[in-house]
Design a protein around this ligand. Structure first.
Ligand SMILES: *Cc1c(COP(=O)(O)O)cnc(C)c1O
Length: 356
C-alpha cells in the first residue's frame, strides 16, 4: 500500500465548466487557458475534456508543442509571446498564435523567414502595467504589424487587473476603446471574471482560465456559488493516526494549538510538501467521512491534524477531503491568505493523480 493521498481530476466537471463559460459568453469564441500545466491539473489530463474549446492559451513553448504533438489542430495562443527571436522558427513550425507586446518583437517578426504568416495578438497595457503597448502606441504598432508579410490575422488583446468589480473595468475599457478607435480590430479582453460578470468586455474571443477548473476568480466561492461551476480537482487522503488530548496538551510544531479540554485529534497524511498551504490556520475546513470539521495546529511537511469532535465515528483509514466538492478550494485558500489558483498550481509532483 502506498501513502493514501490522491488528487482526482473530474473530467465531467471540466466539460461542464467549459459549457458554463460558453453560456456566459455565447457570442464569443473561447480560449481555454491551460497555462502552468492547466493550473496544476495536467494538460494531458484536461485537453480531451476541453476539446470543444476554440483554442488553448498558455505560455510555455513545450506545453504548446505537446498539444500539437497530441494532434491538437485548432489555435494555440502564447499569452506572453515569444521570448527570443530565434523561437519564431518554432512558432512557424507548430503554427502558434503569439502575443506581441514590445517593439523588439515587431522587428523580429519583420526579419524572420517564415513558411506562412503568423496570427498575432497585439497586447496593450490598459492599466495593469505588466505587458503591452501604451494606449497611445497601439495605433502605430498595429499599422507596423499590418504592413508585415509575416503577419496574418491580428487581434487586439488586453488584460484586466480588477475584473471582479464593475469599477475595475470602467477605466481600462475607456483606454481600450480609445486605443482601438479607427482600427477595425477583433478584440480579446475577458479573463474568467470578465467572462462571468461583464458582457460588455466579451467581443470576439474570451479567455477564461480559473472557472474551467471550478474555482472563483475573486477568490471567494460565494461569488460563483450560483454559477453552477463544479470543482475539477479534489485532494483527499486518510487518517493515519489518532491522539487523545487532555486539557492544555499542544498539537504539532510550536504547539500552535492547545486543547481546552479532552479532545480527539486525527492525523492526516497530507502536508505542505503535498501542496496543502502551510499558512492554513487552525479552523480551516476539512471534510471527514461525510462530516465537516477543521484543522488544528500547524500544518507539517507531511501531515496535518484535525479536530475529530464532530465526527466520533471517524478513525484510522477514514477518508478525508482536503478540497473538492464539499470543501471548496477557495475556502481553504481564503483561510490561508491566498487564492485557489495558487493551491491548484502548487499541487506537488509527489501526489498521485487519478482521472475520473
Ligand atoms: C491567466 C490569464 C488569463 C486567465 O485568467 P483567469 O483569471 O484564470 O480566467 C487570461 N488572460 C491572460 C493574459 C492570462 O495571463
Amino acid at each position: 500500500m502506498s501513502r493514501p493521498i490522491v488528487a482526482a481530476i473530474d473530467t465531467s466537471a471540466l466539460r461542464h465548466n467549459l459549457a458554463v463559460a460558453r453560456q456566459a459568453a455565447p457570442h464569443s469564441r473561447l480560449w481555454s487557458v491551460v497555462k502552468a500545466n492547466a493550473y496544476g491539473h495536467g494538460i494531458d489530463r484536461v485537453r480531451e475534456s476541453l476539446a470543444e474549446t476554440d483554442g488553448f492559451a498558455l505560455l510555455d513553448l513545450n506545453e504548446a508543442i505537446l498539444l500539437r504533438e497530441r494532434g491538437w489542430k485548432k489555435p494555440v495562443l502564447l499569452l506572453e509571446g515569444f521570448f527570443h527571436a530565434s523561437e519564431l522558427e518554432i512558432l512557424d513550425r507548430y503554427r502558434l498564435t503569439t502575443s506581441v507586446h514590445s517593439n523588439w518583437q515587431i522587428q523580429a517578426l519583420a526579419k524572420a523567414r517564415l513558411s506562412a504568416p503568423l496570427d498575432i495578438y497585439l497586447k496593450m497595457n490598459s492599466g495593469m502595467n505588466r505587458l503591452g503597448f501604451q494606449p497611445g502606441q497601439v495605433n502605430q504598432a498595429w499599422q507596423s504589424l499590418r504592413a508585415l508579410q509575416n503577419v496574418g490575422e491580428m487581434t487586439l488583446m488586453a488584460h484586466f487587473a480588477e475584473a471582479e468589480s464593475r469599477e475595475g473595468i470602467v477605466e481600462p475599457m475607456r483606454r481600450i476603446n480609445a486605443a482601438a478607435e479607427g482600427l477595425d480590430c477583433p478584440r480579446s479582453l475577458a479573463n474568467s471574471a470578465a467572462t462571468l460578470w461583464h458582457p460588455e468586455t466579451h467581443f470576439n474571443w474570451v479567455r477564461p482560465g480559473i472557472v474551467l477548473y471550478g474555482a472563483s476568480p475573486s477568490g471567494r466561492w460565494q461569488d460563483v456559488a450560483s454559477s453552477g461551476l463544479r470543482p475539477a480537482m479534489s485532494l483527499s487522503s486518510e487518517i493515519i493516526g489518532i491522539q487523545r488530548l487532555k486539557s492544555g496538551d499542544g498539537v504539532g510544531y510550536g504547539a500552535r494549538y492547545r486543547a481546552a479540554g479532552e479532545q480527539r485529534i486525527g492525523v492526516v497524511a497530507c502536508g505542505y510538501a503535498d501542496g496543502y498551504p502551510r499558512h492554513a490556520p487552525s479552523g480551516t475546513p476539512v471534510w471527514v467521512d461525510g462530516v465537516m470539521t477543521h484543522t488544528v495546529g500547524a500544518v507539517s511537511m507531511d501531515m496535518l491534524t484535525l479536530d475529530l469532535t464532530p465526527c466520533p465515528q471517524a478513525g484510522i483509514g477514514s477518508r478525508v477531503e482536503l478540497w473538492g466538492d464539499n470543501v471548496k478550494i477557495d475556502e481553504v485558500a481564503y483561510a490561508s491568505g491566498t487564492v485557489g489558483y495558487e493551491l491548484m498550481c502548487a499541487l506537488a509532483p509527489r501526489v498521485p493523480v487519478t482521472v475520473i
